[in-house]
Design a protein around this ligand. Structure first.
Ligand code: B12
Ligand code: SF4
Length: 509
């Protein structure tokens, strides 16, 4: 009798605020790792993908092995999920950004981990799994080749995703922003062969027709190599997509040929790390490529071409002041960005920002489940936790009132200049409206859920602030673990004990 074929389930974790009160993000597109790992999986096992962002984990799965993908703030949750699956007799493999940066911390929670990128190593891991010789740890080189990566398995994405076609063309970024994951252990900026990216965008097998025409490039910074980016966009233009999303740093917009290439490729959404309208705060985090004076015209350039701007906005940067927060709603209106992704600055473990905050004795909360952008985990240089919270809450909620959403939509529609036939222009307006509303609703929903939990968050941060003024970061590590918060329950029971946290701080600092 043939031995039973093994089944592998790949789970991309997300923070759902615990099992009793799950929150499902309304993101239009899935992240890439699950679909990519599935594509890299040799056909010796059955494979399925689950995004916790849109549906709960099924612990009664008949899969023999579970692969978990997670970023830093999800690590306590990942350890809990891994422990539960392991107690059910499953083999559990871990990977992703955090596992790649802190393998010693992560490995004990898993049967096996991958440190680094999957393309060169994952097929061998699956072979070893099937042959019963899985090792505890596999290491991929820091500059793994990006050639011949197969197209992601879009057909395995949950149907709720409006844009399942996600891929990346480049990896890495040349900029030194001190809070960025990429500046923990710098890898060279690399590009994929253009033919491979085009193959990804045309591999629409298994997708309904209306999802074959929209795609998203999830690069860290597509603008990291502008010559490559322009060539790629010219090839994408031939695909005549209905809409493309891309991410790049704002300096790329100084290159008009790049902007034209975006428009020709029918880019309809540009994610840009705007981060702050306070020049001193930008300078403090080494965001040298951002010039606040240029924002307005840079965004307007894109809006005229029907490309909406989805811009990151960070609170609690060290040079932020109460006066800046007061002016912020007006400043945002002036620069005219269409959608914002607000978050509180996160000193991700290992980043230069983290090292600075620790060195200055300002780290107050070491519960990694709080490193998701909705908690203030360090003491601000000039402002109280309350001031930061109020600004985060007021600016975000104010930005996403229905009135303001509609006002910005109307402004975006009026800005667009017609460069094509009338039906073509009408179609463009329709697509950009759909993307604008989908993104605004995603962000409004996230804000409402997070702000609805704000009382708990504030209680937590006030508690932190009180202890924070009395002790240095190392002695405060345990205080972070005692703070209350509705969504902390699940993670807390499995989070590393305080002494481990202190050890980790010392190692990284
Ligand atoms: C899409 C995206 C999102 C989406 C979806 C995220 C999700 N995971 O569900 C949204 C918009 C929701 C999001 C939100 C946030 N994000 Co985000 N996001 C991204 C983005 C642009 C793409 C992610 C992706 O698909 N990458 C491509 C994959 C293929 O890369 P990868 O994950 O490294 O995977 C490779 C390896 O690590 C490995 N691997 C990965 N998983 C596994 C698993 C196994 C088992 C194995 C063997 C291997 C393996 O193989 C892969 C291929 O080589 C990245 C930037 C980037 N390009 O990576 C930022 C990024 C992941 N985000 C980041 C951050 C900080 C956030 C926020 C916290 C920001 C904020 N302050 O609001 C929030 C979290 C909000 C929240 N409360 O949930 C950071 C991560 C930092 C970190 N280490 O935790 C990144 C890297 C951006 C950056 N440059 O700093 N994000
Ligand atoms: S520009 Fe973006 S991707 Fe590049 S280092 Fe800065 S934050 Fe990271």
């Amino acid at each position: 009798m043939q031995p039973k074929r093994k089944k592998l389930q790949i789970i991309v974790l997300f923070q759902n605020l615990g099992e009793n009160n799950p929150y499902y993000a309304q993101s239009p597109a899935p992240p890439l790792p699950g679909l990519l790992l599935a594509a890299l999986t040799p056909p010796i096992v059955d494979v399925e993908v689950l995004h916790e962002m849109v549906r709960p984990i099924d612990y009664s799965t008949d899969a023999d092995a579970i692969a978990l993908s997670f970023m830093d703030y999800l690590s306590p949750h990942a350890y809990a999920v891994a422990a539960r699956f392991r107690s059910l007799g499953k083999v559990v493999i871990g990977g992703g950004k955090f596992a790649s940066t802190f393998p010693e911390e992560v490995q004990p929670h898993f049967d096996s981990i991958l440190v680094g990128e999957a393309q060169e190593v994952w097929p061998r891991m699956v072979e070893d799994l099937v042959a019963g010789r899985l090792q505890a740890r596999y290491d991929a080189p820091l500059n793994s080749s990006l050639e011949n990566i197969p197209p992601p398995r879009y057909d395995l994405a949950e149907r709720v995703y409006a844009t399942p076609m996600v891929t990346e063309a480049t990896r890495g970024c040349p900029h030194p922003c001190t809070y960025c994951q990429l500046n923990i252990r710098r890898a060279p900026h690399r590009t994929r062969p253009i033919g491979d990216v085009i193959r990804d965008l045309t591999n629409t097998r298994g997708l309904p027709w209306h999802k074959r025409k929209m795609a998203m490039l999830l690069d860290n910074n597509l603008g990291g190599d502008l010559k490559y980016a322009k060539e790629l966009l010219h090839e994408i233009a031939r695909l005549r997509l209905w809409g493309l999303g891309a991410q790049f740093s704002i300096d790329a917009l100084r290159d008009d040929a790049f902007v034209d290439a975006l428009a020709a490729a029918r880019c309809r959404m540009a994610f840009i790390g705007m981060e702050s309208l306070e020049p001193a705060s930008l300078a403090d985090v080494q965001k040298k490529q951002n010039n606040v004076e240029e924002y307005r015209e840079a965004f307007a350039k894109l809006h005229r071409l029907g490309i909406l701007t989805f811009t990151g906005l960070m609170f609690a940067l060290d040079e932020d002041s109460a006066a800046y927060y007061e002016q912020l709603p007006g400043l945002l209106d002036e620069v005219g960005t269409t959608v914002i992704l607000p978050s509180i600055a996160i000193p991700l473990y290992g980043t230069p920002l983290y090292k600075k905050v620790v060195a200055e004795g300002r780290l107050e909360d070491t519960d990694l489940s709080h490193y998701e952008g909705d908690h203030l985990v360090f003491r601000h240089k000039h402002l109280s936790a309350e001031q930061v919270w109020n600004a985060y809450e007021n600016v975000t909620m104010g930005f996403y009132t229905w009135r303001n959403i509609l006002r910005r939509w109307w402004r975006f529609m009026r800005k667009q200049a017609r460069t094509e036939s009338l039906p073509g222009f009408a179609f463009r307006l329709l697509i950009s409206t759909a993307i604008y509303l989908k993104l605004s609703i995603f962000q409004r929903h996230h804000a409402q859920i997070r702000i609805a939990g704000a009382h708990d968050l504030r209680v937590s941060s006030e508690h932190q602030a009180r202890v924070g003024t009395q002790a240095c970061a190392e002695t405060q590590a345990s205080a972070g673990h005692q703070a209350s918060g509705k969504h902390q329950g699940e993670a807390r029971s499995d989070a590393a004990p305080p002494d481990r946290d202190q050890e980790r701080i010392r190692e990284v600092a």
